[in-house]
Design a protein around this ligand. Sequence first.
Ligand SMILES: *[C@@H]1O[C@H](CO)[C@@H](O)[C@H](O)[C@H]1NC(C)=O
Ligand SMILES: *[C@@H]1O[C@H](CO)[C@@H](O)[C@H](O)[C@H]1NC(C)=O
Ligand SMILES: *[C@@H]1O[C@H](CO)[C@@H](O)[C@H](O)[C@H]1NC(C)=O
Ligand SMILES: *[C@@H]1O[C@H](CO)[C@@H](O)[C@H](O)[C@H]1NC(C)=O
Ligand SMILES: *[C@@H]1O[C@H](CO)[C@@H](O)[C@H](O)[C@H]1NC(C)=O
Ligand SMILES: *[C@@H]1O[C@H](CO)[C@@H](O)[C@H](O)[C@H]1NC(C)=O
Length: 470
Amino acid sequence: METKSILMLYFLCSFFLHLAVTQEVAKSESEAVGEGAAEKRETLEIIIGGGGSPSPTPSPSPCPPPPPKPLSRLEKARRVLLRFKSIINDTSCYTQNWNANTDVCKFNGIRCATFPTDKQRAVAGLDLNGAKVSGQNGCALPLDGLLNNIEELTFFHVNSNNFSGGIPENITNYKYFFELDLSNNKIGGKFPLKALKNRTLVFLDLRFNKLTGEIPYQLFQQDLDVIFVNDNQFSGYLPENFGSTTARYLTFARNQLTGPLPRSLGFAPNLTEVLFLGNRFSGCLPFEIGYLKKAVVFDASRNFITGPIPFSFGCLKSIQYLNLAHNKLYGVVPDNLCQIPSLRNNGNLSLSNNYFKEIGPSCWSLIKSKVLDVSQNCIPGLPNQRSPLECHQFYYRNPESCPKPESFYYVPCKSHWGWGTSPAHEPQATGSPSEPNVVASHEDQREEELGREGDACVFEIDLLSVNDES
Ligand SMILES: *[C@@H]1O[C@H](CO)[C@@H](O)[C@H](O)[C@H]1NC(C)=O
Ligand SMILES: *[C@@H]1O[C@H](CO)[C@@H](O)[C@H](O)[C@H]1NC(C)=O
Ligand SMILES: *[C@@H]1O[C@H](CO)[C@@H](O)[C@H](O)[C@H]1NC(C)=O
Ligand SMILES: *[C@@H]1O[C@H](CO)[C@@H](O)[C@H](O)[C@H]1NC(C)=O
Ligand SMILES: *[C@@H]1O[C@H](CO)[C@@H](O)[C@H](O)[C@H]1NC(C)=O
Ligand SMILES: *[C@@H]1O[C@H](CO)[C@@H](O)[C@H](O)[C@H]1NC(C)=O
């Protein structure tokens, strides 16, 4: 019991220190830590003490040599940091005060806290965001030697530097490690699965690197809250177990991912914002996406997705930003989609550059209020559409049909907002005959959860940009 609260304290200590440096993370993590956290803050600041007390310096005793005293946690970390400083080209002088006679807790970008097991002070976090350090004389700057030698770390943020090579695997043994931000570096190779196999990690940011290969299914088995892997060169299908992820914020944008969006996606319990844009996804939209009742942002634009929009999309009751532009979608824009209050009230529904040929009656007012963009489609009577020839050719060639076509009419939610004017189109909410019971039971579960939550938060940072994070 006691151990547990001490662990939490360490976690919180470094966490609050860390709040001071990265606002946008705070946004998401403060929720994860919970309400009580704010009250504890004062206490924590006293414990942390701003790194004021100088570390005990081991007195160099001449002879006779006593049995060597084990180095303190701070002293070990100092050596690692000074060695790191000696191999970098730090043109922005970020590490200028990293010196032998400075308290390591006062090093620029270093955060200290009391380590739970032995109450020693330790380096709990490292923040080199935007420091632009690189190797000397054009040499590579490996993470090895730095990241793998400070086992007390809870967070490691090195956004916008010139790190390359692999991610050291033994960081999985770090007991309290929960945030890894390697965005905007030159990290290459396959997805660093071995290095990230740890239940303590909640924040993973690998954006803007040179990672290749497939996104492994194990990624979706971890208790992560944030998965940012956009702007790499990942390829292949997204694994079928996608929906097991606990994450709320996920970006896969601008990779080379292919295949359909996985059906299980709709069952990701916490999914709030997800970006798939700018890949090579194809196939049809799985109706299960309509189960994402917490989804605020969903962007699958600029892919090769085809088929109609499932009627289930009308159940995305929290959606504020839905972007499916620049795909090969066709058919009718469902009326119930255009009735979702969170979209109508200042939302953004982008369906431009597809092949829709009809829109639900409720959609017209959304066009007027500039919430809905259906330019460059095949909708008669609207300006700025594709040429009749282009539309004719698309439909004449019999666009790809979708598996389980009846699922596109399935509406897995009650008619919260009236169902517009064409009830003839709408099947019963209790499910089309072909829907297996599994779906129904999932739905029940969802309804229960929703009863308890009041979570309508919007993640305000720009999920795709990393250069302005400092
Ligand atoms: C450090 O980087 C600067 C700017 O890129 C470069 O001019 C300089 O030669 C580099 N120095 C070393 C030792 O690599
Ligand atoms: C960054 O690292 C790469 C090698 O990984 C090197 O070619 C490049 O010159 C480095 N950039 C700077 C500014 O040192
Ligand atoms: C990780 O590996 C480095 C050397 O590669 C070693 O010095 C360090 O003690 C290891 N840390 C842990 C926690 O295993
Ligand atoms: C993660 O860290 C814990 C705590 O140190 C350790 O016991 C475990 O082996 C690590 N790896 C995994 C896969 O959990
Ligand atoms: C995410 O979902 C899991 C499983 O439903 C739940 O235990 C966890 O509390 C959720 N986390 C957040 C941050 O909502
Ligand atoms: C909606 O989103 C699109 C794509 O991001 C953007 O270009 C457009 O300006 C947005 N529309 C409104 C009204 O905010």
